[in-house]
Design a protein around this ligand. Structure first.
Ligand SMILES: N[C@@H](CCC[C@H](N)C(=O)O)C(=O)O
Length: 324
């Protein structure tokens, strides 16, 4: 089978987009196997995940997200920005609704966050602090800024947006230590607390209106950034009084920077995630699904977009050098 693949990234969290809008091409099992084969950084194309873009009966498109280990996730914030751009450009529209596993989400083209970098805003919702929704097996209903005794002394907040996140506000020393890796590996191996695993973020407040977030992603490991994690971290920083609801928060990450706005209406929450949607490569591959092998027929690097994004990487590095 011959496949066209678009490689893209949001904050250097990179994905392969496979277009199934005209008709579904794969079974569930095959999507998982393709993710394992193509995301491999040694002998695959290399990516943190695959975004399958499908047609939708009631909305503009549907997104399915598979992690590099072949597991499916209910949501992907950085990936949704890339899918937003893909769908808007394909349908010649500036705004769309994309169906995801648990919600139909509004996405919009936005003015660039720096230079001419293509920028999209996506809605991150639904949000739940109920432990059953992650799931996190503890004898309580929610976990807001509290340590989990079995894990560590760090205080965590557990939130589903709707994929599961564990967010800890930490010091610079804790970010630079091995603690996050050890703890994340524990909760993403078979364990009683998080039967489905969890994305673990360490958050360092920088100054009012800006935070740094580093995330160990379920199904991948440390990535340059995780969009749902940065959204969840912004929300938690507002809930704990470090930042303000309805005000933009600059979220720095090892791959760049995004802007998030957390909204609270009565007791329900949602977050806007605004950031780059950069297309870096176009590939045509021939894939033999039964043998699980592939070869390249065409490779094209989109150099203009790769160099446009460098300005944001530089800006982010400079800011982090000042503050961290
Ligand atoms: N990188 C993504 C999240 C991808 C899914 C996550 N690893 C999970 O399993 O929940 C993002 O940008 O949100």
């Amino acid at each position: 089978m011959i496949l066209e693949i678009l490689k893209c990234h949001g904050s250097n969290n990179d994905f392969l987009i496979i277009d199934e809008m005209t008709k579904p091409l794969f079974t569930e099992q095959l999507r998982s196997e393709i993710a394992l084969l193509l995301c491999n950084r040694e002998n695959g194309v290399g990516a943190d995940g695959i975004l399958f873009v499908l047609g939708s009966e009631n909305f503009d498109a549907k997104m399915r997200v598979f992690n590099a280990d072949g597991s499916e996730a209910s949501m992907c914030g950085n990936g949704l920005r890339c899918v937003a751009r893909y769908v808007c450009e394909k349908l010649s529209i500036q705004s769309a609704v994309v169906e995801t596993m648990k919600a139909n989400l509004v996405v919009n083209e936005r003015e660039s966050i720096l230079g001419e970098i293509p920028t999209y805003q996506v809605e991150i919702s639904p949000v739940s602090f109920e432990l059953n929704d992650l799931p996190l097996t503890l004898n309580q209903q929610t976990l807001i800024d509290e340590p989990i005794q079995e894990l560590s002394e760090i205080k965590f907040t557990a939130v589903a947006v709707p994929n599961p996140h564990l967010i800890g506000i930490v010091t610079k020393d804790q970010i630079q230590s091995n603690v996050q890796k050890e703890l994340s590996e524990k909760v993403n191996s078979p364990n009683k607390l998080f039967p489905d695993g969890v994305n673990v973020s360490f958050v360092k407040p920088l100054q009012k209106g800006s935070i740094f977030v580093r995330t160990f992603e379920r199904g991948v490991g440390f990535t340059n950034a995780c969009g749902t994690a940065m959204s969840a971290s912004t929300l938690v920083s507002c809930l704990l009084g470090l930042n303000e609801f309805e005000q933009p928060v600059d979220v720095y990450n090892p791959g760049g920077k995004v802007r998030c706005v957390a909204h609270k209406v009565d007791n329900s929450f949602k977050i806007d995630l605004i950031g780059n949607a950069t297309f870096t490569h176009r590939f045509q591959i021939e894939i033999q699904l039964e043998q699980q092998v592939f070869s390249y027929l065409k490779k094209e690097e989109i150099t203009k977009e790769i160099s446009q994004y460098k300005s944001l990487e530089e800006h982010s590095k400079q800011v982090l050098n000042e503050w961290m």
